[in-house]
Write a protein that binds this ligand. Structure first.
Ligand code: G1P
Length: 290
């Protein structure tokens, strides 16, 4: 029987320096888009894709993230006593069951590849997803669910990709394309944060991956790369030729919530996509322009 993707890794150890002063005392993943923290979107997306275990690679000052997914006896009791059934049901709907959240720590800020490597023991010998919570995707079908369905056909490694303007390639892992099949792209190589002049294409990785466990062995021997960090991209490159490796053009729009403008845009876009928020938000925005 084909293996199932049951576990997802959430690298959440980053300092969020691009978002100071907001992130001085609170984790960037706890910043709110409309009415829930960024990390909650990521966890809900994973759950919608059939993920059963959520592995947080965390760091210092990130306790509130773990608290957010913990059951709060006092809150439950208070909501019950006050007859707030709707709030209680909402809470139960997204809270993971006891034991579904696993945390590990990245002791040193050595890059995304190193963060994923810190989840090696928790993942074990099975395929797994990686979700970078900064990248929010607004789509009909949750992005990771789309990917799991595609991965069940092709296996190996699958990374979400989108076209970016050439002058932005320095922000992304970029594909060297072997063959473009439309939704799927077979990959010949990958380069982390190339200069526009040397980028092999403009098809860039966004923060959703499905990877085979063999990537851990490769990450263990990966040297520091772009920015002096151990890059996930450099570890993944070594899978090419050993396992099928594809880019996946997902349906939906990605917002970079690690950036203040991307974050503002995400608040508007996610608000406008919600029936309970859109009418008031539309009114507020149009009033601002009058
Ligand atoms: C990371 C990855 C990069 C990827 C990007 C997507 O970069 O290293 O390959 O394209 O996420 O958001 P970061 O944004 O952490 O610099």
């Amino acid at each position: 029987m084909a293996q199932k993707v049951r576990k997802a890794v959430f690298p959440v150890a980053g300092l969020g320096t691009r978002f100071l002063p907001a992130t001085k005392a609170i984790p960037k993943e706890m910043l709110t888009v409309v009415d829930r923290p960024v990390i909650q979107y990521a966890v809900e997306e994973a759950r919608a894709a059939g993920i059963e275990e959520f592995i947080f690679v965390s760091g210092r000052g990130k306790t509130s993230l773990i608290e957010h997914f913990d059951h709060s006896f006092e809150l439950t009791q208070t909501l019950m006593a006050r007859g707030k059934t709707k709030e209680l049901e909402d809470l139960q709907r997204w809270l993971p069951d006891p034991g579904q959240v696993v945390t590990t720590r990245q002791h040193l800020p050595m890059g995304l590849g190193h963060a994923v490597l810190c989840a090696k023991r928790a993942v074990g010998n099975e395929p797994f997803a990686v979700i970078l919570p900064d990248d929010l995707v607004l789509s009909q079908t949750p992005c990771l669910k789309q990917m799991v369905e595609a991965w069940e056909e092709v296996g190996g490694a699958l990374v979400a990709v989108q076209e970016v303007p050439r002058h932005q390639t320095r922000r992304y892992g970029v594909l060297n394309i072997d063959h473009d099949y439309g939704k799927l792209i077979s990959v010949r190589g990958l380069v982390e944060k190339p200069a526009p002049e040397v980028a092999p294409s403009t098809l860039s990785i966004i923060g959703r991956y499905i990877l085979p466990p063999e990537v851990f062995g490769h990450l263990e021997t990966t040297e520091r790369g772009a920015g002096g960090e151990i890059q996930l991209t450099d570890g993944m490159v070594k899978l090419i030729g050993q396992t099928p490796f594809h880019g996946y053009r997902f349906e939906g729009k990605r917002y970079d919530c690690g950036d203040r403008f991307g974050f503002l845009e995400a608040n508007l876009a996610f608000g406008l996509a919600r029936e309970d928020v859109a009418p008031a938000l539309r009114r507020i925005v149009s009033e601002l322009f009058n």
